[in-house]
Design a protein around this ligand. Structure first.
Ligand code: ATR
Length: 279
């Protein structure tokens, strides 16, 4: 590796399972960049010193994963998006200043745009399951695209109320038992919880009353097709998947670090999908 090599990394604890090296490695190779993308497993105690010295540690930027997204926000100069969402997942060094953003929003919106172009023109309302960090990025994206009513359903109702406090009156907090009535005629449902993910409990949501042109999105990508997506397909509904969200969220970081806006291709999707199927 020459001294001109630009390197980025994913920082997590743990981080070994991260698929980001495969994904960014694909783009580095495709664009023939003198670059590298590595995994850094850093404890919460060591995280502040590591990111404050990101350049000295050999990096132009980083992806941030569990459990560091809150700390990354606090230790950097966030853009409006990361500040409003309350979590940073991408860092870059800008003239010596550590900046941060949240790319889950573009990832989520990108996955919907791929699955159902023009979805935002047909939708007035959406139902979001979950009120954690991922759900906050989803809600931000929906409001940015002009969705008027975002029903946030959460096991812990108070956390859904906190999303209304954060994002304003577009957010309508709701209980799990409200789901059937909220989905009656509904056009957009997003699962932003780990329900249905490998190693987590599953959920059975009745989609029969959703509109015939509804779109169902799941941020979970292991398994590649969740039971929620399978149910949506059986109902003849369109589905957006978590792997597309992962791929689209990575675009901005790559562009910030390496100066090229990469493309999410079918080949890249298949490469990552093959890796996920193996797990
Ligand atoms: P992330 O950053 O991935 O969104 P998080 O901030 O821990 O992770 O949020 C996880 C979300 O999934 C929360 O909304 C959580 O509900 P609570 O607020 O009630 O904890 C939801 N969630 C996790 N496990 C769940 C389960 N078994 N049933 C229902 N909701 C669950």
């Amino acid at each position: 590796m020459s001294s001109n090599t630009r390197a980025a990394c994913v920082i997590g604890w743990p981080a070994k399972q991260s698929r980001s090296p495969k994904l960014h490695g694909y783009w580095i190779k495709r664009h023939k960049i003198e670059g590298d993308y590595r995994i850094e497993e850093i404890t919460p105690e060591a995280f502040p010193a590591f990111v404050k010295n990101l350049t000295e540690n050999g990096y132009v930027g980083a992806n941030i994963t569990m459990p560091h997204k809150d700390a990354a926000l606090a230790l950097s100069d966030p853009d409006d998006r990361a500040r409003t969402i309350g979590a940073a997942n991408t860092l870059w060094v800008d003239n010596g200043r550590l900046r941060s953003t949240n790319t889950d929003v573009t990832g989520f919106l990108g996955s919907l745009d791929v699955a159902a172009p023009g979805w935002d023109e047909r939708c007035q309302g959406a139902v979001v399951l979950g009120a954690g960090g991922a759900a906050r990025a989803v809600v931000y994206g929906l409001i940015e695209r002009g969705i008027k009513t975002v029903n946030v359903v959460n096991r812990t109702f108070e956390k859904a109320v906190m999303l209304r406090d954060r994002f304003g009156p577009n957010v309508q907090p709701a209980h799990w038992h409200d789901i059937p009535s909220l989905l009656d005629g509904g056009r957009l449902l997003i699962n932003a919880t780990p329900l249905g993910m490998k190693g987590h409990p599953d959920h059975a949501i009745d989609l029969s009353r959703m509109a015939d042109d509804a779109l169902v999105s799941d941020i979970v990508y292991v398994p590649l097709k969740t039971s929620l997506q399978a149910a949506a397909e059986r109902r003849g509904l369109k589905t957006a998947n978590g792997l597309d969200m992962l791929l689209h969220q990575a675009v901005r970081g790559f562009q910030l670090w390496f100066g090229i806006k990469p493309e999410v291709t079918r080949e890249l999707f298949d490469l990552l999908a093959a890796d996920i199927v193996k797990t």
